[in-house]
Design a protein around this ligand. Structure first.
Ligand SMILES: [Zn+2]
Length: 61
């Protein structure tokens, strides 16, 4: 016999395994500039602020 699993994995077991598959952006921090969440260690895309200092000028349309 080939390298096949001995048993079929049940729907329940498969679904339980996949329950961890979701891709959610974690590591979010509150922006000191605008109070919105943005990625940690990244410049805020909304106000161009990083650690309370303006790094990039963002045009408010
Ligand atoms: Zn911001």
């Amino acid at each position: 016999m080939g390298p096949l699993p001995k048993r079929k994995i049940s729907k329940t077991r498969r679904n339980k395994r996949r329950s961890h598959d979701h891709l959610t952006p974690q590591h979010l921090v509150l922006c000191e500039g605008c109070g919105e969440y943005h990625k940690a260690h990244h410049v805020c895309p909304k106000c161009g602020t990083y650690k309370g200092e303006t790094v990039v000028e963002v045009d408010e349309a």
